[in-house]
Ligand binder design. Structure first.
Ligand code: SF4
Length: 446
């Protein structure tokens, strides 16, 4: 049962020492009650407080970790909507291998799962996990495929079989990989908990109704095994949307522990578009691990981009370091561009300058991660600040061209830039970064 802020405060030292970052123990207690802080942030919490508050201060969705170093994380969510705070551990993508696929197809898929990456706003994104499904009856073959997948890709696995003995065999074959066994039902739970515990894996819990899943996760937790992921029952897309929302709401708003675990979903409708839409629903609506039936680079790029948007902290825009960047091989005659340090803006502008074939300097002042117009409206991208950055980053020494291109959206600051940068020619660039190439050819060529 969740404790109120006042109840929690009674268990704290009440010295108001501020070391936890809150001004008073009461303020800290209120944060704990709202799941916005962890008890470990108070260095003076007594053992009694730790014992009583342990459950209350835990995030309502348990942290579940994967991989040999336990670096791949799910759970720890404390809010239902990203604008309330942020989502902390993003949906993980796995691609499925089946033991009835031919060897060449498996080898080719496995290599692509291992090697595929895409770069988005400076982050290199790959596939998180490999799923291995048993369709045949040979448990040894399934375990051998699991071993091969682990040794080839070195990514934690999602091992699925209806045969608990085969799953136990595969779990042992990839001991230490920090994988997930799928899935324990009422009858198989005992054997699979032992297989997961003995080999350092987590366990998915399944059932034909939500009540069955809850009953089993509660039972396993009571018996001392809590490294769980929930495979929620649902058929249609709308049902999945509903059941994910209901389950996460119960966990976060009602602190209902049997549903306080990450979710697992296999997408295998046989229809590419339906699976893609379903994967997007999972990313937007609390999906934990999403298993895609095939490797498809276009689908993965779209999903990875969506995920990046959903799991970005809305209060902290992704930023690049304020400094001067070299595009191509700029020299004294090269023009100087300027834009803000919002990552998306930086990568679009630098990419378009690169596409134009020109070499240039790109000055990025500190704009707190805002886009051009927002930064200008907030007084972070004024003519004086642009000129200051140009000077601070040594462009007066680097550039003989003394030609500075400012974004078209802030044409109004050109006079102020010129006043603060005597001897420089200020050109107003295009509003749309897509027009940079034609701008370079028309205004800067030669
Ligand atoms: Fe109170 Fe602990 Fe925070 Fe100090 S660190 S103000 S004792 S809650």
């Amino acid at each position: 049962m969740a404790l109120s802020g006042l109840e929690i405060q009674k268990l704290l030292p009440k010295t108001n020492c501020k070391e936890c970052g809150s001004n008073t123990c009461l303020a800290f207690a209120m944060k704990l009650a709202g799941k916005k802080a962890k008890l470990s942030e108070c260095p003076y919490a007594s053992d009694e407080a730790k014992r009583v508050l342990g459950a209350a201060s835990e995030p309502p969705v348990k942290s579940i970790v994967f991989g040999p170093e336990r670096t791949l994380k799910l759970g720890e969510e404390t809010v239902l909507y990203r604008h309330e705070k942020t989502f902390v551990n993003q949906t993980l993508f796995a691609v499925d291998l089946r033991d009835d696929e031919d060897e060449a197809a498996i080898a080719s898929k496995l290599a692509r799962i291992r090697d595929w990456t895409v770069v988005r706003v400076g982050k290199t994104i790959g596939i998180d996990m490999v799923s291995v499904t048993q369709r045949g009856r040979d448990g040894a073959k399934f375990a051998a495929l699991a071993k091969k997948a682990w040794e080839t890709a070195k990514k934690p696995l999602v091992l699925r079989s209806l045969d608990p003995d085969a799953l136990a065999l595969a779990a042992e074959a990839v001991k230490g990989s920090g994988s997930l066994l799928v899935a324990a039902a009422e009858a198989s739970a005992g054997k699979l908990v032992a297989a997961a515990r003995d080999n350092g894996h987590s366990l998915a819990v399944t059932g034909s109704t939500l009540d069955e899943v809850c009953a089993l996760s509660a039972r396993l937790k009571e018996e001392g095994f809590g490294e769980l992921v929930l495979q929620l029952p649902a058929l249609s897309l709308s049902e999945r949307y509903q059941i994910n929302s209901i389950a996460r709401r119960m966990a976060i708003k009602e602190n209902y522990r049997p549903l306080g675990y990450p979710f697992l979903r296999y997408l295998e409708s046989g229809d590419f578009l339906e699976d893609s839409a379903a994967a997007m629903v999972e990313v937007c609506k609390y999906g934990g691990i999403v298993v895609l039936p095939e490797f498809d680079a276009a689908q993965l790029v779209a999903l990875a981009t969506l995920r990046l948007n959903v799991f970005t902290d809305p209060q902290k825009p992704i930023q690049v370091e304020p400094k001067v960047y070299s595009i191509g091989e700029p020299g004294p005659k090269s023009p100087v561009f300027v834009t803000t340090n919002f990552s998306l803006t930086y990568f679009i502008v630098s990419g378009e300058i690169e596409n134009s074939g020109a070499s240039a300097w790109l000055v990025i002042p500190e704009c707190e991660g805002m886009s051009v117009l927002t930064a200008w409206a907030a007084g972070k991208f004024t003519g004086a600040l642009i000129a200051k950055a140009v000077k601070e980053y040594g462009l007066e020494e680097k550039s003989e061209s003394r030609t500075l291109v400012i974004p078209g959206y802030v044409a109004q600051v050109s006079g102020e830039v010129e006043e603060n940068l005597p001897g420089w020619k200020v050109l107003v660039g295009p509003q749309d970064a897509g027009d940079i190439e034609s701008f370079v050819k028309a205004r800067l060529a030669g």
